[in-house]
Design a protein around this ligand. Structure first.
Ligand SMILES: *Cc1c(COP(=O)(O)O)cnc(C)c1O
Length: 374
């Protein structure tokens, strides 16, 4: 698949049924938000075990919609982990809120509930937990903490769609859970995102938010035979198209097989790395890991990274702690040293190729190369 034998760390898996699903939409009445978006939303909600879903144009828009729905305002604090894609914290900034970084557990690299508790102030409104690499956070502790302090619990489940926690699907642990359908994520819609919830009010707010704050969409007005609409609050155009939704819907049917293959690849890596200086992250028993990423810790990370890249293996680093980005340091005044466990991990972690279409032979190439290096 990959050009010139280059193995990326992640990529989409597209088959004939996906192609068929998208071509059908090109010949239908609605290219943008239409009946397929609604079908996709119902299917995503069902697979996440929630009552409602709103699909939007990408995962970042989904996070923004979540922050809007819970009414984050200037000065409000939202606790987030530093080891995540910048979008998690940026969404707080979009609303004028203040991201407060709580450190991660050094073994799982998931948000540490003890660190969260220490940072709660009268200004704290919410906690965003990130299911880093595809492993669900410690939601029992986070739920108890949020209940006790009257905070919203938001799950950034962009890595964990298809995974599970205590026998329940990822996406059903928080007040609002966010997914991304970017090609490297568990399913691809090319671009796309969604928020799932059991709260009908929050759902309605997010439906308006993705469509300029207007109470009805074009299709609803056509159906009702009216031209009139009302804009009741300031929203955006964050709509998903039927084209994207058709791909997402087709991919969602393949999700269980995707996860199974990812888990199989991870198990193989775990086995061959056991007893070596390549150390996989700790896996918790109550979790069914989605393995969006396969992350190991190595000594001499920079050297291992460079040699793997020279061998055409697209390993990567997820993530630089968000507050170490120039914008956060220079414009927002964050300083290094804030979250020591995340900063130490950042010098040691490496994401190895893992995706459904990675063959056994290709994985063996990765294994041979990295074992040869360390
Ligand atoms: C990918 C990702 C996002 C953003 O999703 P997009 O669809 O790329 O906008 C947010 N949070 C995390 C943890 C992600 O991995």
């Amino acid at each position: 698949m990959a050009e010139n034998g280059y193995l990326p760390y992640g990529r989409q898996s597209i088959d004939q049924t996906d192609i068929q699903a998208v071509t059908e939409i090109l010949q239908s009445d609605w290219l943008t938000t239409g009946p397929v978006v609604e079908c996709f939303e119902k299917a995503v909600a069902a697979s996440a075990g929630t009552a409602f879903c709103v699909a939007v144009s990408n995962g970042t828009a989904a996070l923004h919609a979540a922050m809007f729905a819970i009414d984050i305002k200037p000065g409000d604090e939202v606790i987030v982990p530093p080891l995540t894609f910048a979008a998690t914290a940026n969404a707080v900034l979009y609303q004028g809120g203040i991201p407060v970084f709580a450190d991660v557990d050094p073994e799982t690299l998931l948000l540490d509930p003890v660190a969260v508790e220490q940072l709660i102030t009268v200004k704290t409104k919410a906690v965003i937990a990130v299911d880093y690499a595809g492993q669900a956070c410690d939601y029992k502790k986070l739920q108890a903490l949020c209940r006790q302090h009257d905070l919203f619990l938001i799950s950034d489940a962009c890595h964990s769609l298809g995974g599970g926690y205590c026998g329940e699907p990822c996406g059903s642990q928080a007040d609002l859970s966010v997914f991304s359908f970017h090609p490297v994520k568990p399913i691809a819609a090319a671009e796309g995102g969604a928020v799932v919830t059991n709260d009908e009010n929050l759902w309605q707010k997010m439906r308006r938010f993705r469509n300029h704050g207007i109470t009805t969409d074009h299709r609803e007005r056509t159906g009702a035979g009216t031209w009139d609409y009302d804009m009741v609050e300031l929203g955006f155009n964050y709509r998903l198209s039927d084209l994207h939704a058709a791909l997402g819907l087709s991919q969602l049917k393949r999700l269980p097989a995707f996860i199974q293959r990812r888990q199989q690849l991870a198990k193989k890596y775990d086995e061959v790395f056991s007893g070596t200086s390549i150390v996989p992250l700790k896996y918790r028993d109550e979790v069914s890991h989605g393995y969006h990423l396969y992350v190991v810790r190595v000594e001499n990370r920079q050297q291992v990274f460079e040699q793997l890249r020279a061998a055409r293996i697209g390993c990567n680093v997820h993530y630089k702690p968000v507050y170490l980005h120039s914008y956060y340091l220079e414009k927002l005044g964050f300083v290094a040293g804030l979250c020591p466990a995340a900063e130490t991990a950042y010098t040691e972690i490496l994401s190895l190729p893992i995706y459904p279409d990675l063959s056994d032979d290709q994985q063996q190439r990765v294994i041979s190369e990295i074992l040869g290096i360390v």
